[in-house]
Design a binder for this molecule. Structure first.
Ligand SMILES: CC(C)(COP(=O)(O)OP(=O)(O)OC[C@H]1O[C@@H](n2cnc3c(N)ncnc32)[C@H](O)[C@@H]1OP(=O)(O)O)[C@@H](O)C(=O)NCCC(=O)NCCS
Length: 320
């Protein structure tokens, strides 16, 4: 079967069928929970634009069986942590269920040869979290979990209380926040996460605080943690979040080690849910690395994973 599949450059005439294929997948894997954004099931405007550009830039390939489109794949190239990398976001691929394995293997074989020829050894790919078949296909190719994109409804009730005070941050708290954010950078850099994050200057933090959604937890006069939510202004085709949704991003959430596991994270999150609800926000998005041992447990309690980004490193001496 795999020998009969032909890989060619994708054509503008493939777009409408590719969009239908993508939406079938979304319907199958991303509509099972009320937290998942409905927007992408109904609207294909952004996706159509995305595919058009990819076809023009010749970074889109199509898999055909007996002249019928059975899958497509497009990608972005960029430096990731200093390494030449390719990234295939969730919108950038789909295949018909019937020929899923054959289509994806043929597509990846074709594009990855081109990537390796150009010394691009870091391959990243976002798939629907609930697509266990594709996960298994990619696992056998050598991909492993990296990041999860998850969603929650702001109206969900988070119950619980803790002994610490939580207050919305103001400009008077910038020095305190700076110190905590630096602590969080140390945490991200450490094992087993090994994530290098850029520094936030006090000016950056002032802007984030002025935007409204930073909450700091206090034990007396001692700041022990924070959480940050912002409100999105646009639909984001890469993480599939939507305009006017809550985003837990930028400085995220951090609690000092000795205060973890006592309900404070939950209480900070309750403040975020209340803040979003009182601002008319329905859905909230978060992403987190699966190698973040705390985050990987914490977010799954309140958020529903929708996308899974996986990563494969190809042997770097292949072109020697
Ligand atoms: C992630 C973090 C904010 C969670 O806060 P926390 O105060 O430790 O979490 P809580 O005590 O409020 O726990 C909330 C729930 O998550 C669960 N949970 C939290 N951490 C867990 C862990 N390591 N293992 C298992 N369950 C865990 C708790 O059991 C609890 O469940 P419940 O709702 O059924 O009671 C905190 O651990 C932290 O700051 N970690 C370091 C920074 C970080 O990882 N930030 C996230 C970046 S994406």
């Amino acid at each position: 079967m795999i020998n009969k599949i032909i890989i060619t450059d994708m054509q503008q005439s493939d777009i409408s069928q590719a969009l239908r294929m993508w939406q079938d997948q979304y319907e199958l894997y991303c509509t099972g929970d009320k937290a998942y954004p409905d927007y992408w099931r109904k609207s294909t405007k952004e996706m159509e634009e995305f595919l058009k550009k990819k076809i023009e830039s010749k970074t889109a390939v199509a898999a055909r069986l007996d002249n019928v489109l059975i899958g497509y794949m497009t990608f972005d190239e960029f430096p990731f942590n200093g390494e030449k990398s390719v990234f295939c976001p969730a919108v950038a691929h789909a295949a018909v269920e019937q020929y899923k394995e054959e289509a994806y293997l043929s597509l990846y074989k074709s594009v990855s040869q081109d990537w390796a020829n150009r010394n691009i050894f870091n391959h990243m790919w976002t798939i629907n979290y609930n697509d266990f078949r594709l996960r298994s296909i990619l696992y056998d190719l050598g991909f492993g979990s990296y990041v999860i994109d998850a969603f929650a409804c702001a109206s969900d009730i988070i119950s619980g209380c803790c002994e610490y005070q939580i207050r919305k941050a103001g400009l008077q708290d910038i020095d305190t926040l700076f110190h905590l954010v630096e602590k969080s950078r140390e945490y991200y850099r450490s094992a087993p996460l090994f994530l290098k994050r850029d520094q936030y200057s006090k000016k950056d933090l002032s802007e984030i605080v002025q935007n409204g959604g930073v909450f700091i937890a206090w034990e007396g006069s001692n700041a022990i943690g924070f959480i940050n939510v912002s409100i999105s202004q646009r639909h984001n085709i890469i993480e599939l979040s939507v305009s006017n949704g809550g985003l837990i991003d930028e400085i995220g959430v951090y609690i000092k080690p000795e205060y973890r596991g006592k309900g404070l994270g939950k209480e900070l999150l309750k403040n975020v849910f209340d803040y979003c609800s009182s601002n008319g926000i329905k859905g909230i998005h978060v992403d987190f690395e699966t190698a973040n041992l705390f985050a990987n447990k914490f977010w799954r309690k309140y958020f529903k994973p929708m996308l899974l980004s996986v990563r494969r490193t190809v042997n770097k001496n292949i072109n020697d």
